[in-house]
Unconditional design. Sequence first.
Length: 300
Amino acid sequence: MSDSGRGFLAARAPYLDDQSRLSELPGTNWCPLEPAGPAPELRTELARTIETEIIPRLMLAHRALGESRAAAPAVAPIVITDADVAAFAEMIVRKPLSAARAHLDGLRDRGLTTEALITTVLSATARHLGVLWEQDRCTFVDVTVGLSRLQQLLRVYGPAFEISPAPEVERGRVLLAVVPGEQHTFGLAVVEEFFRRAGWHVQSEFLPSRPILIEHVRTEWFDLVGLSASGEVSAAGVAAVVKAVRGASLNKSVHIMLGGNLFVADPALAVSLGADFGARDAAEAVNRVDWMLETKKMSC
């Protein structure tokens, strides 16, 4: 986390113990009708912290988690709805941390795996808090309390940042980056972890400028370049970046994949923008690359 991110968490530390409640925080209401918050520069820093650090770490956490106890079999799959996430967000801000733990333990007793708990509850809650913040529906303190407690819950349910050993055989070198001009990096760290575990040597640039991105591919050999776009950069702009990367690449046969929110509904859009393929998520990205490499071997 950046120094400024640590600063705002540390500044509120006295309010974040297990017994604290939002009602005890001076001048704070949950989702106030009148927006309240810090200066614009602090708002930008908090939004960046949520997007580039908290959420990716929440998503990565589940990859290292093991079940510490057997869960009772569920009669039917547990579906976590948007309303469930909103209710849990209010719970972690307004009630003691012990209440949130009891709620999560109850979900596990009903059959929700730890992996699903992290990905469909905690990470979704972090995203929900970020949306509330961007819409001025929650205060600076609300989000600070919520994020602090999400981090505490990660410490309860497993080691947050451990990475399991990658396969012994290295598949190749991949550069992962957001398209220059994009600000949303959600999920890119998860894609990185998937590729590492599949045996790839991964280099990541979360917020590169276009010159930095081009310099990387011009001076270093990559078998694959993965670019993420959420829609902040136009399709034409993404196509221009793909063309520039391909033209500058030290590896003239480099493969380029596109992912991110822009391609969730239509991965085929990536091909029309000059990439080799598009992927909806990290697992699909790795599977598509595996299929592509196996096809190439068969044609040799």
